[in-house]
Design a protein around this ligand. Structure first.
Ligand code: FAD
Length: 241
């Protein structure tokens, strides 16, 4: 399914709001009617008729609950306003409205090509849904999940991902910390540069990308120069840049 517009808003009960890190919250919603979406789709939280804000759906499409990861960095008002709206409705016992199942960058489930999942920061939400779906489908192709963050304390699902990779010998999890603190022994630098360093050519891969728009744009061009086919790179950020 590929949706871009005219999706009706569905009322969703707010089940929980909890901090994953000081600047990132996990929100769980229960749609009051069946929501049609695939791994890699996003929803738009309706703040008003003219103010709808996109958030990737972190939960697998099999789940009755929708999980969101909302980053509210210092100075941000865009996602803070969305989170405040959700918290306000939660306290009042009222639902939020969301248009569910949007985007063009959902998992291509019929492709058998090896996969690279590239996440910057809370772009992890998007790749997490895809990773869970590949795992549930016992996908046989190699899957490399790269998650880049500025500081290691933002790797809020590191243990889940380590376990995900442990359970499937063809899955790899590569966290990449931009500004490592003491004790970090893993990869460092910008996350897309880690991908460039690890692959001689990206020609065989389906590549799914989410994160800051600047990262998505830079990665698309650098990956294309490194052999990736543009028609095999997927990111909803591409529609915004
Ligand atoms: C369809 C859609 C869905 C969205 N879903 C969500 C969501 O679920 N949650 C949410 O909070 N926001 C979402 N957004 C908003 C936006 O995408 C996020 O605010 C953004 O991804 C947040 O990144 P960050 O601050 O966590 O990453 P940062 O902490 O800024 O960066 C993380 C890593 O990305 C890389 N990176 C960052 N900047 C650059 C650069 N200039 N060049 C190269 N590499 C770079 C680095 O490796 C860095 O360590 C969404 C937007 C759209 C359009």
């Amino acid at each position: 399914m590929t949706n871009t517009a005219n999706t009706s808003a569905i009322a969703c009960q707010v089940i929980s709001v909890e901090a994953l890190t000081p600047g990132i919250s996990k929100v769980v919603l229960r749609p009051e009617q069946a929501a049609d979406y695939s791994a890699g789709h996003y929803l738009q939280l309706v703040l008003s008729e003219n103010d709808k804000r996109p958030f990737s759906i972190a939960s697998s499409a099999r789940s009755e609950l929708l999980e969101l990861h909302i980053g509210t960095p210092a100075g941000d008002t865009w996602s803070s306003a969305a989170l405040s709206h959700i918290e306000q409705q939660f306290r009042a016992g009222l639902p939020v409205m969301a248009e569910i199942g949007l985007g063009q960058a959902q998992l291509r489930e019929t492709s058998n090509r090896p996969i690279i999942l590239l996440a910057g920061g809370t772009g992890f939400s998007y790749v997490y849904a895809i990773a869970q779906t590949l795992s549930a489908a016992s996908a046989s192709q190699p899957v490399f999940l790269y998650w880049g963050v500025r500081h290691q304390d933002a790797l809020y699902y590191q243990s889940e991902l380590t376990e995900w990779a442990r359970q499937h010998k063809q899955f790899r999890f590569i966290p990449v910390v931009q500004q490592p603190g003491p004790g970090w022994q893993g990869r460092t630098g910008l996350v897309h540069e880690a991908v460039l360093a690890d692959f001689v050519s990206l020609e065989p891969y389906d590549i799914y990308i989410a994160g800051p728009f600047a990262m998505a744009g830079i990665a698309r061009e650098a990956f294309a120069e490194h052999g990736a086919h543009r028609e095999h790179m997927f990111a909803d950020a591409f529609a915004y840049i």
